[in-house]
Write a protein that binds this ligand. Structure first.
Ligand SMILES: [Fe+2]
Ligand SMILES: [Fe+2]
Length: 536
């Protein structure tokens, strides 16, 4: 029988004199276009909020010598989940004209906030203006602490605590936020559990996300990103695809966040395995989603994203205020995970040549739930891979390392090559800490996806499966792999240096030993590396 989705249960009828519940929840911050002046406060509420607003406390709001609280109204954005029919109410207040490098106290409320007498309040710090020292953190693949959801684990709670332990200026959440798309009947509830977990940290510092394959949902927009895009306010990109990619700068570091679904070969979005169709709630008016259906977004922007990336990188190359370029995306150009997805040639073809041409220093990814660091890479070797089944020669565009031993002083020069980090160990329920090894040579080996893996009939009648990576290559680019645990967090400290001198980024990766067996809040140092170069 088909998987029938009932309409999300209506709340018990409320007395006529009680307004629907507009209490803010899932509260989080993101940078606006000018991160030293503009911050978005976003949240959701169980029902429509009346007069939703942020109150900036006068003690912390120094612009304009305000002697009373400033009230910033929020705009409402909603969507109705295309599978269970639940309408999600979100609110976004743009805090503008803030002072750089200042502590801001704020409250979030509405006329029908159950906590209106004492609304939720918190503090955050705006970004510094100009060259400055700062810290950011990153991981992807977080999930929720509600373990009844697919791929959710209690480690995701400790992972949020870990961000607070390191007190970064902001956190990069590199995709696969909560895996709502694996829980067809309850996508909005999964998002709510994710948002309320992340709130512990994201009310104190921006969490800047990029979309991963699990942000692609049935029923929610033509590309499946409607839930993600409704919930986040992000810097603009001037294209018909706002929110899916963006840039922002802090100090002398340019951060570029990309949507790799646009260029990868792998089909890893929403998928009905079968044998039963997924039948949306009658209120949605949506037709059953038949077994074998998947959302495959490769090429969705028609090249707009890659053109934007090249323009952004070209502008950065002529900008004397930019010393470092850091890219965040979800999927991996280089990953040698055994049981994970592997490397995707689509990224190697579309974007690695641009990273080479314009000197991107660092690429932060997730997707495979582990830690892997590449050597600095430039250019690629052709026709050195082989078909995973037939052994025939395949062009995997194997990235070429510029060094293959750690520098004696642990300091890397990324002007010679780009370092990629897989940081997929946020908290999802399939930690992967096994990596490929060539059975003959004993050297690191990677799976590579070089063509689309659209669903094909599975072994059980009426079911479908997605083929695994089609090619293999020697992972000559792989520098370090954490075989002890899949879970961890990367911490980045920027030293802007002084005029005429050097600038550096120190990277420390901390991992949660034993978390594969039992969730833990203990994160221990796994490795440290430093990137150093002359200031622009
Ligand atoms: Fe993931
Ligand atoms: Fe993923």
């Amino acid at each position: 029988m088909a998987l029938l989705i009932t309409t999300a249960p209506a709340k018990a009828a409320e007395p006529a004199d009680v307004a629907p519940d507009g209490t803010p929840e899932q509260i989080h911050l993101t940078w606006g276009d000018d991160r030293s002046k503009t911050v978005f406060v976003s949240w959701a509420s169980p029902a429509r909020s009346l007069n939703p607003r942020v109150i900036l406390r006068s003690s912390a709001y120094s612009v304009g010598a305000a002697d009373r609280d400033a009230v910033i109204p929020a705009v409402e954005r909603t969507y109705t989940d295309g599978i269970n029919g639940q309408t999600v109410f979100t609110y976004h207040a743009k805090l503008d004209a803030l002072e750089a490098d200042s502590e801001i106290e704020y409250a979030v409320t509405a006329d029908n906030d159950r906590n209106a007498a004492q609304p939720f309040s918190a503090r955050f710090r705006t970004a510094p203006h100009g060259r400055a020292a700062f810290r950011w953190t990153s991981y992807g693949d977080l999930s929720t602490p509600v373990t009844s959801w697919v791929l959710s684990t209690l480690q995701s709670r400790f992972a949020v605590d870990a961000v607070e332990r390191f007190q970064p200026l902001f956190h990069l959440l590199n995709g696969d936020l909560c895996y709502a798309n694996l829980n067809f009947a309850a996508q909005p509830s999964v998002w709510a559990d994710f948002g309320n977990n992340v709130q512990k940290s994201a009310v104190h510092r921006p969490w800047m996300p990029c979309p991963g394959n699990h942000e692609i949902e049935f029923g929610n927009g033509p590309l499946g990103y409607a839930s993600y895009l409704t919930r986040y306010s992000l810097p603009g990109n001037g294209t018909p695809f706002p929110g899916l990619w963006y840039r922002f700068q802090v100090g002398s570091v340019l951060f570029i966040s990309l949507c790799a679904d646009d260029v990868i070969y792998q089909d890893s979005g929403a998928f009905v395995v079968g044998p039963e169709p997924v039948v949306p709630a009658p209120s949605t008016g949506n037709a059953p989603i038949e077994p074998g259906t998947s959302i495959y977004n490769r090429g969705f922007s028609g090249g707009a994203q890659t053109r934007w990336l090249e323009e952004t990188l070209a502008a950065a190359a002529c900008d004397a205020g930019i010393d470092w370029i850091v890219v965040q995306m979800h999927q991996d150009a280089m990953s040698s995970s055994t049981y994970g997805n592997g490397s995707d040639r689509g990224i190697r073809e579309a974007w690695l040549p641009l990273f080479d041409r314009y000197g991107v220093d660092l690429v932060l990814c997730g997707h495979d739930h582990d830690y892997e660091r590449s050597w600095p890479v430039r250019g690629c070797n052709h026709h050195v891979g082989r078909d995973a089944i037939t052994g025939a020669v395949v062009d995997t565009c194997q990235p070429q390392p510029v060094i293959t031993t750690d520098p004696p002083d642990g300091t890397f020069d990324t002007r010679r090559g780009t370092i990629h980090l897989v940081l997929g160990g946020g908290g999802s329920g399939s930690p992967l800490d096994a990596y490929g090894v060539d059975p003959v040579t004993g050297r690191p080996q990677a799976k590579v996806i070089t063509k689309s893996n659209r669903p094909t009939p599975g072994t059980a009648p009426g079911t479908f499966m997605k083929p695994a990576a089609d090619a293999l290559e020697e992972a000559i680019w792989s520098a370090r792999r954490d075989t002890q645990t899949g879970y961890g967090i990367a911490v980045f400290d920027v030293d802007p240096g002084t005029a005429g001198g050097k600038t550096s980024i120190t990277i420390r990766y901390y991992h949660a030993l034993g978390a594969n067996r039992k969730p833990t809040g203990e994160y221990d140092l796994f490795e440290t590396l430093t990137l150093s170069k002359d200031r622009e």
